[in-house]
Design a protein around this ligand. Structure first.
Ligand SMILES: [Zn+2]
Length: 453
């Protein structure tokens, strides 16, 4: 017996060649069986989606869930990225006890679910024996309890933090052997490949320029690939990253990554704001992807990544919300609105179309993370489906309702969110989760953090 969602104003498939469809969508045993004209089978459940539009479940390719309890810290609200790193993640990481970390991860995942995300990649780099808990285990546990597809990009550093000189207490460095042992153990325990996979592990040195030595990069990429894992890192977020790479390595960052075997169709980088044409071409030639994080880049004054240019050259653009300490929200729809809007400030109102942003946020993200059976709405794909309700006044008057969630911005109203065929959000509610309690716990947690500071 299957489920049919019918009566919507339209749906985005996520596919570039046929982005829009009309009609209904049917799924059974977690797999989409029909899109468009659907005839109900005996026993099918019918869900009414009148007044709604349907998108593929959205895919967030770069995040730091730990930062969901570090939003809008007054001392850092107007700082650029390096100073912000000192004032926020590096000032607070040791204060994230297990309860606070669990709260942060839950808030971030819930925010994403309520904005239509079905798959999250979290770049977590805060690991220390002093913590007294295992962040990786907790992230997988909470994601599973919420029914999310979850990708842990396990961060690491073999060099002490460059920010120690500025008064920051850096996350302890590891030896390359420690990192590789940890990654291998994580992969063995959590990594799934093939159809239906719900969790993956990615090898993700925290910052390719600052956190690791060239030989480490080569060792990490070789060993990661031998384990069948993808590779991820931060790259070229701020002009200082490029200057430092040129000064110390004699190459711009993407060429430096290539020199050390850290490019390919199994690699994506967060940001890539400051890349020249030769670097863009190298990204395209190698299939290396971008996690475009326009809101964090704007908030920190880092610049605007050339995502449309990379896409026009045939490159791989995906969307990441980045940590909520440099974004103040973890909301895919908000990020998609910014990706659609921001590039138009350059003088071209057709710089990015909604269809582009939907592809970046769905099928492109899923493929980049290694999911072959999610990210688009078509038969045989996993039933990861976001149904947005357009009954709020902000959507009234739209001549093209399908693009409403992206162009009208604001907080999306989830009529339903389905992951692998399971109902995760129903009429804006996550069954079993009290959002009022979550907000109260967050206020108490923030009071504790402020007291400790
Ligand atoms: Zn980041």
């Amino acid at each position: 017996m299957g489920t049919i969602i019918e009566g919507a104003e339209g749906l985005f498939t996520g596919r570039r060649e046929a982005p829009r469809a009309k009609g209904a969508i049917r799924y059974e045993a977690g797999i989409i069986t029909h899109v468009g004209d659907v005839v109900a089978a005996p026993g099918d459940t019918i869900i009414d989606a009148s007044g709604c539009v349907i998108y593929p479940g959205l895919v967030n390719t770069h995040h730091h869930l730990a930062q969901s309890m570090l939003k809008a810290i007054p001392a850092a609200i107007d700082l650029p990225v390096t100073e912000w790193l000192v004032e926020v993640p590096y000032r607070y990481w040791r204060k994230l006890d297990e309860a606070t970390f669990r709260l942060a991860a839950t808030i971030g995942m819930v925010e994403l679910l309520l904005s239509g995300a079905t798959t999250i990649a979290d770049h977590h780099y805060i690991y220390s024996p002093d913590l007294g808990y295992d962040p990786s285990e907790i992230l997988f546990e909470i994601a599973a309890s919420l029914g999310l597809r979850f990708v842990l990009c396990r961060g690491s550093a073999t060099r002490p933090s460059r920010l120690s000189a500025q008064g920051a207490v850096g996350v302890p460095a590891e030896t390359i052997a420690q990192t590789l042992d940890t990654i291998a153990a994580l992969a063995q325990r959590f990594h799934q490949s093939g159809p239906g996979s719900m969790r993956k592990v990615v090898l993700a040195p925290t910052n390719l320029i600052w956190s690791v030595e060239p030989q480490d990069i080569r060792d990490l990429s070789r060993e990661g690939r031998a384990l069948g894992l993808r590779l991820h890192s931060h790259l070229s977020e701020a002009p200082g990253d490029v200057a430092h790479c040129l000064q110390t390595r004699g190459l711009r960052p993407v060429h430096y990554a290539a020199q050390n075997d850290f490019v390919g169709d199994d690699v994506w980088f967060a940001h890539l704001v400051h890349v020249d044409d030769a670097e863009l071409n190298l990204l395209v030639e190698t299939g290396t992807g971008m996690a475009h994080c326009p809101q964090s880049n704007a908030r920190l004054g880092s610049g605007i990544a050339p995502a449309p240019k990379l896409a026009a050259l045939g490159g791989r653009v995906t969307i990441g919300v980045d940590g909520a300490a440099s974004n103040e929200a973890a909301d895919m729809i908000s990020e998609m609105h910014s990706a659609w809007h921001l590039h138009r400030t350059g003088g071209r109102p057709d710089a990015v179309r909604v269809e582009d942003v939907v592809s970046w946020s769905s099928v492109n993200g899923a493929r980049m993370l290694g999911f072959e059976d999610t990210g688009s709405l078509e038969p045989s794909m996993a039933a990861d489906i976001a149904v947005f309700d357009l009954s709020q006044p902000r959507y009234a008057g739209l001549h093209d309702p399908l693009i409403g969630p992206v162009v009208s911005a604001g907080s999306a109203q989830m009529r339903r969110l389905v992951i692998a065929g399971a109902d995760i959000v129903v009429d804006g509610i996550i069954p079993g989760l009290d959002l009022g309690n979550l907000a109260r716990d967050a206020r108490r947690g923030i009071a504790r953090l402020i007291d400790q500071n």
